[in-house]
Design a protein around this ligand. Structure first.
Ligand code: CP
Ligand code: NVA
Length: 303
């Protein structure tokens, strides 16, 4: 394993599967109430430039369960890059803490943080990618479908950070990735071309969401306006209106298709109540699995 977990492409497929194996182990230990504290005495600094429910709660809870302590540093605390340069804060935290988890706007800032920190840095979401999310999603798919390789995953909506992380996953593990994305909202060009160059997955962009959903075993969506894009929300509602996950779109998928959303969801926009609360929805399993998978990532990086 590399020092940091900044992107899924930091992992080999074998390392990703090791993380899933350890996640399974840690999840069952937790369910049996076993106290397991390999990170006793260790501390994690969590820097948040953006809001969060799942990322903050699951990392803080996970670190506690592993015997360590997590410090929540919100947007008004460190003010990384504003009150102080990224490289200085990286060196300061490396003197106090054992690991950093950061949720930042600019992806270049997390790269700089990792470069100057002598301790591991974990990406808790940037404008470019959300690797912990997609690792938890794949673990959830393994639980429900028994495998990930060569499944057809339809990501329908905005070509955002979560979508880019799916492309990164497609660079290390073979999947059929159907991207149902309206014109003008494509994923990051470099991330897309890297995934295509890796040559192990089938990747296609469809302007028609029904085509993207066709025979899919997994349908995935995310908000239409990400954090930082609030001003574009009204325009995006118009541009994405045909890309809502509703029962009619779901009828194009394979029987037994599971529906995923990283949350928070805007019910009635990108997903209907009936799909989100329907029999195929695994959205709360995904949310739970953030805890188990991130604990595995922490243990892998720190022991
Ligand atoms: N899915 C996710 O990362 O949720 P939060 O933004 O609430 O952390
Ligand atoms: N794409 C969303 C994900 C939230 C977890 C955002 O960046 O706001």
């Amino acid at each position: 394993m590399r020092k940091d977990f900044l992107a899924i492409t930091d992992l080999t497929a074998a390392e990703a599967y090791e993380i899933f194996e350890l996640s399974r182990n840690l999840k069952s230990r937790q369910k049996y109430g076993e106290v397991h504290q390999p990170l006793k005495g260790k501390t994690m600094a969590m820097i948040f430039q953006k809001p969060s429910a799942r990322t903050r709660i699951s990392f803080e809870t996970g670190m506690y369960q592993l015997g360590g302590h997590a410090l929540y540093l919100g947007p008004k605390d460190v003010q990384i890059g504003k009150r102080e340069g990224v490289s200085d804060i990286a060196r300061v935290m490396s003197r106090y803490n054992d690991v950093i988890m950061a949720r930042l706007f600019g992806h270049e800032d997390i790269l700089e943080l990792a470069e100057y920190a002598s301790i591991p840095v974990i990406n808790g979401l940037t404008d470019l990618i959300h690797p912990c999310q997609v690792m938890a999603d794949v673990f959830t798919i393994l639980e429900h479908k028994g495998k990930i390789e060569n499944l057809t995953i339809a990501f329908i909506g905005d070509g955002n950070n979560v979508c880019n992380s799916w492309l990164n996953l497609a660079s290390i593990i073979p999947i059929n990735l159907n991207l149902g994305i309206p014109e003008g909202y494509d994923p990051d060009k470099e991330t897309l071309s890297r995934a295509k160059r890796a040559g192990i997955s089938k990747i296609q962009i469809c302007r028609n969401p029904k085509m993207a959903a066709n025979n899919a075993q997994v349908i995935y969506t995310d908000v239409w306006a990400s954090m930082g894009q609030e001003k574009e929300a009204e325009q995006r509602k118009l541009d994405f209106r045909l890309f809502q996950i509703d029962d009619s779109l779901l009828s194009h998928a394979e029987e037994g298709c599971i529906v995923m959303h990283c949350l928070p969801a805007h019910r009635g926009d990108e997903i209907t109540d009936s799909v989100m609360d329907g029999p195929g929805s695994v959205v709360f399993d995904q949310a739970e699995n953030r805890l188990h998978v991130q604990k595995a990532i922490l243990v892998k990086l720190m022991t």
